[in-house]
Design a protein around this ligand. Sequence first.
Ligand code: ADP
Ligand code: ZN
Ligand code: ZN
Length: 742
Amino acid sequence: MNKLLRVAIPSPLRRLFDYLPPCDSETSTESVTLDSNHAYSTNSGIGRRVKVPFGRRELIGVVLDEVTETDVPRNKLKPINEFIDEEPLLPSYMLEFVLWAADYYQHPVGDAVLHALPALLRKGSSTDSVHHYVWQITPHANIEQLAKNASKLRNSFQIIADHPAGISREAFRAEGGDSQALKALFNKGLISEQLQESTPPISNPLKEAPLTLNPEQALVVQHLQNAPHFSPILLDGITGSGKTEVYLQAITNVLNAGQQALVLVPEIGLTPQTVQRFKQRFNVPIRILHSNLTDKQRLEAWLDARDGRAKIIIGTRSAIFTPLLNPGIIIIDEEHDGSFKQQEGFRYSARDLSVVRAHAENIPVILGSATPSLETLHNCQSGRYRHFTLRQRAGNAIAPEFKLLDIRGARLHNGLSEVLIEHIKAHIEQGTQVLVFINRRGFAPSLSCHDCGWIAECRRCDARMTLHYNPAHLHCHHCDSQRPIPARCDQCGSDAIKPQGAGTERTEQTLQSLFPNTSVLRIDRDSTSRKGSLDKLMEQVHSGEPCILVGTQMLAKGHHFPRVTLVAILDADGGLFSTDFRGMERTAQLITQVAGRAGRADHPGTVFLQTLHADHPLLTNLALAGYEAFAAAELTLRKQYQLAPFRFIAIVRAESQKPGTAESFLQSLREAIAPSFGGIDWQGPFPSPMEKKAGVFRSQLLLSCPSRIHLQNCLSHLCLVSDEHPSHSKVRWSVDVDPYDL
Ligand code: ADP
Ligand code: ZN
Ligand code: ZN
């Protein structure tokens, strides 16, 4: 009998679809095979994209299997319309990896498989649509042939010079190159276009000499060299302790073995400085997968990785699905960062998947952080991961000193205590810089009436509107709705309406009036939304002049501020009483990360934590003994209360237009399933922490269990029941396995 094709199709249905081979193909789906070095050499249809009839539409899917048996009656089977690819698009291990992830995260398989592809491939573009010409510097061309003030030309020249094996037009544009400049450089004879070599020969991957590692660093690199197979490692070291140098040297060994490296960084961490470190060190093609790429640039980078032309791939979360021809190592920098977890649709953790992938490919994986997640620390304690610590600051800086500032009963100036203001003054007078951290943008978190107590609330969410003056409006940070600032109270008509509390704008204003002769720089999403504005602010900071930086968690990542000697955390209590059991962990990470931005050997830093709970054991522990001690204590508590990572957790969320519908949907799921799954702890359904958001009512059900498998089985069953549920069209529901936010 004819072989049938089992196809993954982007659909919410949790199943695959069977089709006959295309009508015009006599025999089979067999096609050209790739050469025998390719891991995905196969002579079947598996891994190729197809166009298939689906209802009245034509959809694009990926063949996952060839079978001879099907549940579909013969006369209902339709042939596929055509194959898009002649060869498998993905190596088979990548398909297996995505299928594993779909299964683990309870996500519809077709949607997951297509999610793993660049948008153009999802839409059916051919892989030949990218052209294979690259630009290179002509022999003897030199940047000094360009005028000193021709910055566009110089910048474009440098981008090409950074890619000795050549750079395509798309990649050049992706790195900020200018098309006009490209033409001009060509006309001057400084660059030329060549056909790209499939795998450019690289004699020496190093552009600059590596640093001499200190003994702690050397131990890690040595370990990886001795064990170039699956071995997950936690690289635990404060900012500036030399983690990046370890990555660079581990990658050097990988490149010398002819392999590729995949580096994942948090969304906000993909800064030009990070990328620059890699480019400065290596002579090899590096591709960056950031969120501002065009579809074409993304496809090209993906193909360069898959076909082995790119040697180092640096990207955010979704880069975990980039296939590599010859994988050698995966590195997750700032592994504790929440942005590795996708919070919508396919809710995977790129950090956790990196370990799964490294296992499947039998290569090392490094998880690096100054503030490792409790999950990862737990994995070290249980022996699954090796724990390496870098205790010295390689760049010779010393860790800052923490001080708790008890503000009970203290007079505050818009959130700033007088003691703190005195300290800020002293540091400015001694000529250094100050960083004030407040994790709230806008002028004030709420606007309220002094006469009747009315508070401006979002009409679509159970949330207060944040007051912004710059530009002036009320803004809901949860659903993005905006409206003008009212002149009078909505409820009683009084004009005594006043901002309550302080956000970055107000703190900036207050500090500016207290220190009129010092520049106060605000760094948050609003002040940096225009292109280039962050760079400008950073330039000012790095000029070294005394200044006060006010900002949100944007300050906690990527940047280092060696002239900052005082860090003030205005509200250290945020996570103490959070309903989310990870609240305190996150606060501790944030505080430690912000603190780690400051100081160097000749300017040691001090960190002040303003708190109303100066005797809270978690805070005192963090302040006096540091993150490591905090994490150890917190892990003990988690164990005692049987929370993650000591139990496996999943959340089922539901939302609906009408109040109550989502909750009763979840209630009926629980009633239908709980009796047949003993050993699972059910909590809820409860209203979500913000029940109404963007106009819909949300509810959630929390499941936990000491057995991963048992929980997985229960969730699979739950998904089946939900799909068939009579009211499933009235609610939107989703399952979040290992949720990051409760
Ligand atoms: P991290 O990634 O942990 O923040 P980095 O690798 O960026 O740390 O190192 C911090 C600074 O110390 C950098 O300027 C780096 O060049 C320098 N550095 C790192 N390792 C060494 C070393 N072994 N010897 C000298 N300087 C080092
Ligand atoms: Zn009022
Ligand atoms: Zn809202």
